[in-house]
Structures are given as structure tokens and as C-alpha cells.
Design a protein around this ligand. Sequence first.
Ligand SMILES: *Cc1c(COP(=O)(O)O)cnc(C)c1O
Length: 458
Amino acid sequence: MELPYAEPYKIKMVEQLKRSTKEQRLKWIKKAHYNLFNLDSDKVFIDVLTDSGTGAMSDKQWAEMMIGDESYAGSKSFTKLKKTVKKITGFKYFLPTHQGRAAENVLFSAMVKEGDIVPGNSHFDTTKGHIEFRKATAVDCTIDEAFDTSIIHPFKGNIDLNKLEKVFKSNPKEKIPFVILTITCNSAGGQPVSVQNTKEVSALCKQYEIPLYFDAARFAENAYFIKKREAGYEDKSIKEIVKEVFSYGDGMTISAKKDGLVNMGGFIALNNKEVFKKATVFNIMYEGFITYGGMNGRDMGALAIGLDESTEFNYLESRVEQIAYLGKKLVEYGVPVQQPFGGHAIFLDANKFVPTIPREEYRAQALAIELYVVGGIRGVEIGTVLADRDPFTRKNRYPDLELVRLAIPRRTYTNNHMDYIAATLKNIYDSREGAKSGYRIIDEAPIMRHFTVKFEKI
Ligand SMILES: *Cc1c(COP(=O)(O)O)cnc(C)c1O
């Protein structure tokens, strides 16, 4: 008999989950103005709102927490992290920040000005927010295949070189401070970018003398996909692949709450001394002195260990294959999901799941609410609500995809939890005929509205 897969870790500490009834959840979600971000976590049974900062740390990381050096200047934990960042990414300079968007804020303060154009592959919402906040424009150059959830393509996060070159040709280079390549591409469904594509984007950038930066929140999961899917990389280690990918760029920002395997943290790493010097000033202003930049010493120590652990094959296999396990179950049940499966999340295709709910009534949000009400499962809308309004016309932007993301925390839930999620969705899918109306917005913020938006039921 072939042996089944088994996780390369065992559980040392557990946290109680709270069950609730459908009646309770109906009451709670109404009180939360139908915004899942407004729910207390003890009103959620399985929380797949995000994989950001929600993972379980290892015993080695917890041990590091105990020996964190909290010195204001010259912390040993900083030095430990700096060395690890250099070893893993190859970039010369390093600035810690309290999380990913802070890294964006600091780097973009040094590099992006009003009227600039920042091309990339489906920029993440905070990335786009920080670009638009500076009255610059993010241009999405992702390949067209990314926007059809039924097309199987091994690297749906790839940049379309023709689209990118068009942006380069139609704008003076002074207007393009850099290209941002997001690995894996979160907004396109946790889809990877190939080494081949990274290399080609890098060459095009060099030709037009435009720097290339990575938004590297899930760089390790990206490397796992490269090892599994890209010819010539089967026998390379994850650490070798990571180093090669980063070698094609000029720098990176990262939310360490993802592949850093910590609950809070982020950093900037880069090669250009001038940019580093400029960014250092902003880092001191916004984050803190250069040897902690918004992080505790103990957190920097835990991150150093986390970066090492997340770039090990056995960990990544358990991580990415758990997502695939859930995805396969859903496909088996006929539930429409984005394929191939992402590295950190499964994306439900609400356009196919609930086409009877008008887009103007936020059908993906309606599906996310239903999943909570029926199963106590908290996912998140990645559709019209998240896409926000056009900053100039103030009209709703309707993205190609209306998705509900089920982002799985790292090393946190078992496959039994995945089975529970899949069965809940099957039941919702089988009874979806009745879904005709969605929600209307009654209050929203001028930017990044999804966190605080309030709805009422139509
Ligand atoms: C999470 C994330 C960010 C922002 O990081 P925070 O730590 O949440 O501030 C930026 N880009 C990508 C791709 C992300 O996934």
C-alpha cells in the first residue's frame, strides 16, 4: 500500500476553537454590518480571513523569542536577521519595518512621486494604495490567462512583456521609478511567477534602465512552485531558487507575516546605496532607528529563524499541498475555484458560484457572508469591494474576477478542518439557486474601504 502524506511536524501547543449556531452567527454578522473584518475572532470557528501573521511559530522560533536583544541600538537580534536576509536574498542593504505596508511606505517615499507610473503584476491592495496615495498610477501588466479561472497555466502571476514594454515606450523613463513584481501574485490568486519570466522582465527593465523590485511576501511559496513546475529546477534546492530569483532584481519589500513565519514584521532589502540612504531617513521617521525599524528584538530573532524554516522543502510541501488538498476536494464537489490552486489560498469564483446576484450588489461579499453564516468560516472578498473606487471618477471599479479567498494560516489547521470547509461549501453550492440579492454599501472610507465598509442586506 502506498503511504499517505504526513506533516513533517507535530503539535506542541493547542488553542481552543469555539463553535456557534447558525442563529447566533446571523445575529453577529448583522451587528457587524455584514463586514467580516468587524467580527470578534471567538465568533469564528475556522478563520481563513488571511494567512498574514496568523501562522504557528516553531519551538526554535519561540526559543529565539527568549533571547531577543531589545537594545535600542546595535541589537544582536538585528545582526542575526541582517545576516539571514543577506544569506537568503543576496541583497546588500536591509531595513526592518513593522510590516509589509510600512516597507512600501518607506521605499515609495524615497522613490515614487506624483504623476509616476508603477507597472507590475496585479499590485496588492496596500501596494496600490501607497502608489495612488502619492497620486501615481499602478498599471497591471499581468498575462491575460490570469483572469480566466478555468485556464490551467503553471505561472499565472507572470508579467506580459508586451504590455510592460508598451508602458515603457509610452512614458519617459523618469516617470517610471521601478517595476514591482509580486511573488507569488496575491491579487491574481496566489499564482507564481517563473524564473524565465523574472529573467525576461529583468532584461527588459535593464534595457529601458528601470529598476526591478519584488513584493516578496510569498517568495518561498513561489520558489516551491518553480521547483515543481519549471524545467531545469527540479533538482535545485528552494534556497538556491530563491537566491537566483532575487538576483534578477534591485531590491524588495516584504511582509514577513507571510513567508517570514512570524506574527508581525517586514523589511526592505536592496542593492542601490543611494536609495538605501534615502529610505533610511524615512525609516527612522516612520518606523524607528535602523537597528529595529518598528520590530522588537525578539521578533527580529524569530524572523531570522522563520526565513530559514520557510525556505526548506519539507515545510513548503506540507504548506502548499494542504492548499491543494482543499482545492481538490472542492473541485471534486463541483464548486468553482480558481485553478491551478494558489500557494496560500483557494479562491472561490463567485461569478460562477452565484451569477444570479447582481455585481452591483457585491456577489463575492454575499458569498463570503453565506460561508460564515452556514459554517462559521471567515474568508474574505477579493472583488468589487476590495477593488475600491477609481481615485479620479469615484465610480466603483469592477474587476474581471469576483473572488472569495480562503487563505490558510501556516502550520495551524489540520486537513480535518479542510474537510469541514469543503463540506460546508458543497452544501452552500447545492442550495445556491435561491440566491438572488446581495448587499448595498451604507458607509465607506475614501481609500482601502474594505476594512471598515458597512453594508445592509437588500
Ligand atoms: C500582505 C501583503 C502586503 C502588505 O503587507 P502587510 O504586512 O499586511 O502590511 C503587501 N504585498 C503583498 C503581496 C502581501 O501579500
